[in-house]
Design a protein around this ligand. Sequence first.
Ligand code: DX5
Ligand code: ZN
Length: 230
Amino acid sequence: MTFDRTIKIAPSILSADFACFGAECEAIESEGCDWVHVDVMDGHFVPNITFGPQMCKAIRPHIKTTMDVHLMISPVDSFIESFVDAGADIVTVHIEAGPHIHRTIQRIKSLGIKAGVALNPATPISHIEGLLDMVDLVCVMTVNPGFGGQKFISSQAEKISDLKKMIGDKEIHIEVDGGITPDTAPLVARAGADVLVAGSGVFNGGSVANSSVYGKNITMIRDAAIGAFT
Ligand code: DX5
Ligand code: ZN
């Protein structure tokens, strides 16, 4: 993976048809997505359960782009290796999942892949200052984690701008996750985000059999984000 700040659209398969993840991944990629975002939830750190490393391993052969794994689990350390073995290109963990985020990031990096840290809406960016020399991605949650289809929390746009200033010219992606639509994409892009996760914004209205809807949704979000700079 090379680094750049171009806008990347990362559909969250949380909003895909759970009966056919492999085909869904192929459909969003052939319709032009940049990364595939995989939301892992444990029913403990967040009030919802999705899937684990075996599912990630099963879909990996269906993903040609980047498998971006967002772990909403606690404790997390003992599971990292299994997600790396499953083929994750990036593993993102929550700073709130504790207790030793620096150790967790060290563990991800030691396994040779990219590491991300996610912040819940109530967590200030000052909490990650000590991690900026080790992470490859910061994920700003623009909803409280746990469910797709929630409303974008607009106060997070200012947080993204502050984060962008804090990151400066370091090669760290700013990812936003939650409530991204053609309406909210310009706000986060202008603030400095380059990876836009969108679940319902991409999958709603489409299906594997009707995947051109995914393509239209991806294009609308991307064009709205890029349009923020014109
Ligand atoms: C929330 C997940 C998100 C979510 C985004 O906990 O991390 O990735 O699926 O879904 P939308 O785009 O529908 O808000
Ligand atoms: Zn996510």
